[in-house]
Design a protein around this ligand. Sequence first.
Ligand code: HEC
Ligand code: HEC
Length: 256
Amino acid sequence: MTLRWTAIAIFIVPLWAQHGSSPTVNPYSSADHEQAGAKLFRGQCAGCHGPNGTGTGAGPNLASGTFLHGGSDEALFRAISKGVPGTSMPAFALSGLQVWEVVTHIRALGILHDVSQAKGDAAAGATIFRANCSRCHRVGDAGGLTGPDLTSIAARRSYAELRESLRDPDAVVAPQYWSVIATMATGQTVRGIRLNEDTYSLQVRDETGRLVSLLKRNLKSVALDRRSPMPSFAGKLSDGQMDDVIAWLTSLRSEQ
Ligand code: HEC
Ligand code: HEC
């Protein structure tokens, strides 16, 4: 047992050392990091890679989603921090955080390119959104709170992911959207998103948006439902209508 642990420890240390203690998956990918990366990109990279990253004679397209030197977070990190030896791609003396921020921006460029596959009609999409989505989703400062704010969703999700969200919302559901089904001692049930929980009580937002506080001693059981509160739109919206909505969500991003 002791022997095996020693062997593992020896194996791990050189791996970390080799990568300069940097994580292999980008830990800095929020909208704020993307914006900081965009600024660095305009200042230091756009001259060769173009303002939208689509390339110039002096540097290749970084927005196509395919990379010569590997498209993983780690490979992009390496190309930017170490340069590409034997080419005019220089090594950049940026901090680890800054390099990750630029990687986040490069990803957003690729997603934007990819989302442009949505050949829909954005104006029609706005109408479809108001009728089907805004009771649960905010955009700008209007809309419901059951689902996430979608104002900048097209900067964070690819076309394929957005299509999947509409067709099969249960495929990926973040834990904060799991619902609880609380059955009271009286047999009455309350279903909603779990907002908070302590030793004695449970706070949920029910399907009508009401905040409900439940005392645990009054509950018979609590079940967790990992399915999305969002209904699938497969069969309810045509492929063309889904493209319209995605085109509209994408247009919000480019207005920013
Ligand atoms: C002086 C011009 C120049 C500047 C400035 C420059 N690059 Fe490059 N970059 C290149 C060239 C040329 C290549 C292609 C290298 C090759 O042929 O493999 C490249 C390649 C890359 C690659 C690898 C692409 C692939 O397909 O794997 C990435 C990522 C990259 N650059 C990011 C950046 C970022 C981020 C910046 C700014 C911090 C930047 N570059 C600034 C010229 C430049
Ligand atoms: C009954 C409320 C409800 C309705 C109606 C609804 N959604 Fe959602 N939606 C949610 C919830 C809750 C989530 C978060 C859980 C999940 O990922 O499924 C979500 C997630 C999403 C996501 C994924 C967000 C992410 O971060 O990846 C997208 C995109 C989305 N909805 C778009 C739409 C669109 C477009 C419509 C209208 C055609 C719509 N939703 C209608 C509740 C709703």
